[in-house]
Write a protein that binds this ligand. Structure first.
Ligand code: ZN
Length: 371
């Protein structure tokens, strides 16, 4: 049996729609029929075939199917699979952890040394079907439409970033930098989590508008202000103290410096954006930025398995969190190039782009979101 899949075939810009065999599953894996799959920044890196993807994936592993954000229905289970059943509506935790890693034994599955990532280290989900180990399958609530269920993975990043390890955010002030989808999701999560003042830094008007809809209380355009102005604005908004929590979600030099400067003494900086250059070559004040401030630094690599998923599913199924403003583009799987173009366009005029292998599913989603 054959299926359509969007694959990286050549070590160059772009991807191709291919006809390939439906995956055969090992005994502890499941086969999922894809209802919706969304484009992540990681897919854009691979699509562009930039330095990171050349190093991480490499020419030898091609061709490989892209994609890791997904929701679909289980159509087959391996003979050792117990928890997941045929007919279950699932998403994939993309960090395929190795149960033998020390981190797995300690219950922090998402940062394992031997972890593999779906669509990066193996074939992904931009296809009619994809295969995944049972251990990283998460059952969705059937009330959550596929265009929302597929983005639970990045929404999970946002949720984990906002809540940190202690979840102590209610009544606090928070700076959220960036206007990509995960920053926009984070604003929504911060709002429902009771953050008292959400300050949003970004630069693209289209996305800043979404940030406002998601609940940002104050917005600052980083391309129209200097660092001195941003410091003044944030200090004014926080009685001269700085924010309790700063989420760095862009990886840019400016934003990293902003966050460590604007977090108050004893506050928390969450590091999510991947710096384009690491180690940092620029003037980061380590002593005043971290040591003397007594600030906590929290790195985000994925979601807590499955604590974050549980919270995200409940927020969506209870409709306490509305993420619809962030879902800006819907296309069929065949139209993947349009999706990538929307993601690549600058100035940015898109947030989350969702693809549908089945045109009926696409039609229903368009009606639901009025897109
Ligand atoms: Zn992703």
């Amino acid at each position: 049996m054959k299926m359509k899949a969007v694959r990286k075939v050549k070590p160059a810009f772009g991807a191709e729609l291919c006809e390939i065999d439906i995956p055969k599953i090992p005994d502890d894996w499941v086969l999922v029929k894809v209802k919706a799959t969304s484009i992540c920044g990681t897919d854009v890196h691979i699509y562009k075939w930039d330095e990171w993807s050349q190093k991480r994936i490499g020419e030898k592993r091609l061709p490989q199917t892209l994609g890791h954000e997904v929701a679909g229905e289980v159509v087959e289970v391996g003979k050792n699979v117990k928890r997941i059943k045929v007919g279950d509506y699932v998403s994939a935790e993309t960090h395929i952890y190795d149960p033998k890693d020390l981190t797995s034994l300690l219950g922090i599955f998402h940062v394992g040394e031997n972890m593999k990532i779906l669509g990066v280290d193996c074939d992904g989900a931009f296809a009619e079907y994809f295969a995944i180990p049972e251990i990283v399958c998460w059952k969705n609530d059937k009330e959550i439409p596929p265009e929302f269920a597929t983005v639970q993975e990045p929404l999970g990043n946002a949720t984990y970033a906002v809540l940190g390890e202690d979840g102590d955010v209610c009544g606090k002030t928070m700076l959220i930098t960036g206007d990509g989808p995960i920053s926009l999701f984070a604003i929504g999560v911060a709002k429902v989590a009771g953050v008292a003042k959400i300050i949003h830094f970004g630069k693209y008007d289209f996305n800043m508008e979404i940030g406002k809809k998601m609940g940002a209380d104050f917005q600052v355009w980083t391309n129209k202000t200097t660092r001195e102005e941003r410091i003044r604005i944030v200090k004014e908004l926080t009685d001269g103290n700085g924010v309790d929590i700063a989420l760095e979600m862009t990886g840019s030099e400016d934003s990293i410096l902003d966050c460590f400067q604007l977090v108050r003494r004893g506050g928390r900086v969450t590091a999510f954006g991947i710096a384009s250059v690491s180690p940092l070559p620029f003037g980061f004040d380590y002593n005043n930025g971290i040591v003397f401030k007594g600030c906590q630094i929290h790195g985000i690599n994925g979601r807590k398995i499955f604590d974050t998923w549980y919270r995200v599913r409940n927020l969506l199924s209870s409709k306490k969190l509305d993420i619809s403003p962030v879902i800006t583009h819907l296309f069929s799987l065949e139209e993947f190039e349009k999706g990538f173009n929307a993601m690549l366009e600058r100035p940015r005029k898109s947030a989350k782009v969702v693809l549908f292998p089945d045109k009926e599913e696409l039609k229903k989603a368009k009606e639901r979101l009025k897109l």
